[in-house]
Design a protein. Structure first.
Length: 427
């Protein structure tokens, strides 16, 4: 076993890990920065859906940061690796290149999340799976063919994307969701409209029912039971969210927080000196409420990774809190969700109410990009104050500049009435 002595060791090759490694090297060019990842290359999560829709895509079409690119930034990648153990003094990893012991001055944990599969009878049957990695996406894509009966459990963004991608390849797809379609990013009536759009695309949707058990014959899935109804299935995919992969942090004795995520402060520092955490394994601070929360979102993972990376080489980067910003084009369904949703506000203890918005032209002096409507829109306000805490739109694309302008209103505790300056009139 060889020994490698580095200044910064980053464990995890997702958006947070790559951002941390590159940021650390950028701030301290003389530092030796190593990144250990279980994946052969580094990609964004949308690549998973893209592969299911088009299995012919090559590595160069889905990769955002390959090992060669990391080397160009001065980061030393150790890919296809399994980290066996980590403590405050060092780490041990094994990969195709053998077993390596790392000594480090600073450690950044960016170990990501793992699929959450609820404890449902039959979840271990052959043909029941979840999809998180490129390898899993390729495996699933090879099984999808015209006429195959596919049940997707969960109608968040990941579930809806998987369902529509599979349907585009001829699969007979049914979504089963215990709440509403896209409830994680949209509130009624926009979530109701999203359900209509998904059904209109040819995907069957069962809302308001939980999967009670998965049925099987001879060890293989044959269907699901949801709300007393049976749905025949050749494949079942769980898209029921993720939980933090905090095993290494727990073994190190680090303090854990929301949903078992690594507890971090405004510097992305953990409870142990010299150890930082970012991405889907770590909690973050919500700017609207100032409370800690768990948000496994790629854009926030990237921002947290940058802060952790800078601080791992002696920087003093801090943040007051993050505002969630999600904009997606899901097979022609353009949606934007900024700030808190109703579900998040309830979880964080914020009394709230929705306010439907109507397009308005605004003052003639506004730039052209503020006059563009984004279809149907909804604001979420703090009850009793009219403070804007969230915004959602469904229909036409929301321009990036308008999106940032709305995020700024949320960050500055503006009243919902100030949306009129951006072309939205509270009804």
């Amino acid at each position: 076993m060889r020994l490698e002595s580095v200044d910064v060791l980053v464990v995890g090759g997702g958006p947070a890990g790559v951002a941390a490694a590159v940021s650390a090297k950028g701030r301290s060019p003389d530092a030796r920065v190593a990144l250990v990842s279980s994946e052969p290359t580094h990609y964004m999560r949308p690549a998973v859906t893209a592969l299911i829709e088009d299995p012919s895509l090559g590595e160069d079409q889905i990769t955002s940061f390959d090992p060669v690119k990391l080397l160009e930034f001065g980061v030393e990648p150790f890919t296809r690796a399994k980290v066996l153990e980590v403590d405050s003094d060092g780490a041990r990893a094994r990969g195709p290149w053998g077993e390596v012991a790392f000594e480090f001055s600073s450690l950044v944990l960016a170990t990501g999340g793992k699929p959450f599969v609820p404890p449902v009878e039959g979840a271990g049957l052959d043909g029941v799976t979840s999809v998180r990695t490129i390898r899993e996406a390729r495996r699933l894509a090879s099984k999808i063919s015209p006429g195959i009966r596919l049940v997707v459990v969960g109608a968040g963004l990941a579930g809806v994307k998987l369902a529509l991608a599979s349907h585009s390849r001829g699969a007979d797809v049914t979504i089963v969701e215990m709440k509403n379609v896209l409830w994680t990013v949209l509130d009624p009536p926009l979530s109701d409209l999203a359900g209509q759009i998904v059904r209109g695309a040819g995907v069957k949707v069962i809302e308001g029912r939980a999967v009670e058990r998965i049925l099987g014959e001879n060890g293989r899935v044959s269907g699901v039971e949801a709300g007393g109804a049976r749905v025949e299935a050749d494949l079942v995919i769980f898209a029921t969210g993720v939980r933090p992969n905090s095993r290494l942090a727990e073994e190190m004795g680090l303090e854990l927080g929301v949903r078992g995520a690594v507890r971090t402060d405004e510097r992305m520092a953990t409870s142990r000196e010299g150890v930082w955490a970012a991405g889907d394994c770590a909690e973050t601070i919500d700017l609207v409420t100032g409370k800690r929360t768990y948000r496994p979102i790629g854009s926030l993972a990237y921002l947290g990774g940058r802060i952790a990376g800078v601080n791992s080489v002696g920087g003093r980067a801090r943040y007051a809190g993050f505002i969630r910003r999600q904009a997606e084009d899901v097979k022609g369904i353009h949606l934007a969700s900024l700030g808190l949703t109703g579900a998040e506000a309830s979880a964080l203890g914020v009394p709230h109410e929705p306010v439907e918005l109507k397009p308005s032209r605004g003052p003639p002096s506004l730039p052209w990009w503020l006059h563009r409507s984004a279809g149907r829109a909804l604001a979420l306000v703090e009850k009793g104050t009219d403070r804007l805490i969230g915004f959602q739109a469904l229909g036409l694309p929301l321009s990036r500049r308008k999106s940032y302008a709305i995020v700024r209103l949320i960050a500055t505790r503006a009243s919902v009435s100030e949306l009129e300056l951006l072309g939205y009139s509270p009804s």
